[in-house]
Design a protein around this ligand. Sequence first.
Ligand SMILES: Cc1ncc(COP(=O)(O)O)c(C=O)c1O
Length: 400
Amino acid sequence: MPKTKPSLLKDLDHTYDGLGANPIRVFDAEASKIPNVIKLSLGEPDFNVPEHIKQAAIDSINNDESHYGPSNGWPKVRQAAADFLSDRYGLDYDPNTEIAVTVGATEGLHAALDTLLNPGDQVLMPSPTFSLYDQLIRINGAEPVYVDTSSTGFVFTPEQLKAGIARCDHLKAVLLNFPSNPTGVTYNEAQVRALADVLRETDVTVISDEIYSELTYDGTHFSFAKALPEQTLLINGVSKSHAMTGWRIGLIAGPAELMRRVSLAHAFNVTSASNPAMAGAYEAMSTEEGRQDTLAMKAEYLKRRDLVVAKMSAMGFGIPNPNGAFYVFAKIPADLIQDDTEFCYDLVRKNAVALIPGGGFGPGGEGHVRLSYAASMDNLTEAMRRLQEYVDDYRATHTA
Ligand SMILES: Cc1ncc(COP(=O)(O)O)c(C=O)c1O
């Protein structure tokens, strides 16, 4: 391997300094070294992509759809996205001016933040939250501002939002995510509308990351864009709904004026999403079979969630309403190790189950662990047995 000349490393863009060392990644890398470990740390579906979706991508390749497409995505894919958002959430977007197909939700988030942020701007977020946001905000020279929601069951309340707004002097955006990674908590219509009422009085843009919207268990998902369309950039996609994380197809939708700028950021970064992946996403979003795929996966996640919640609650973990996505965010029982990082390292070293320390997701996450139940029933059952063993051993050796 050639060594980089020291002078090339001297004056790199300082906004990236220190951003590589995500504690969640460090923990995951350590946990992976443990023999026979069961990792409930991954944030992605364990299902295979449904066959009809794979076939659509294969057909796209065989039909030589190998040339650059329109930057915002093929018209029929944008139309399918508009129809999907309309059928599922009652949203009204013009596929020609208000929707872009992105390289995963991640690239949509990146394009949104690139478009909105100037150095020194602030982005307000309920915390704990998805750790990538922090980094995407910082590389734009902007400042993440967190509001700890642990006292309200990880639901961002209008009072907390108002107090957060009052703390900021350069507030540009509020970044929401529901159903939430990492907490699994989601919002009902009244909760969404109450936050929207506060934000309507401001000139703040809302980025609403609803990538887990299709994985809402009790009740129906109510989109932020339904309550406040004129101020919202909505992020969604097929990564979680159709187990297509590696295909990298996301969606961003919003008011045409803003979307013109978002589309520029998107075009400069990636030109467009890939054709075979878009063909797969079209199949996923536009067919009844695609709808059924999600329902079948959701039914499976629900069984897994119920198993994990029942077992962990019986051990004394506190789990606030895990009504969406595929995570539980559990408070460590008071008689076990209270430092979440120490707890997770101790558990994985002694009983080979990897959970993620909650503090890595921001203020309010301390003292909690995140578990992903996007894992097989067999693995979850065995993981719960090992966790029980760990808890029993700890209690047996630490009671007075
Ligand atoms: C809240 C949230 N947003 C966005 C993403 C990224 O989605 P994608 O794979 O479509 O880029 C994830 C992935 O874990 C996530 O949890």
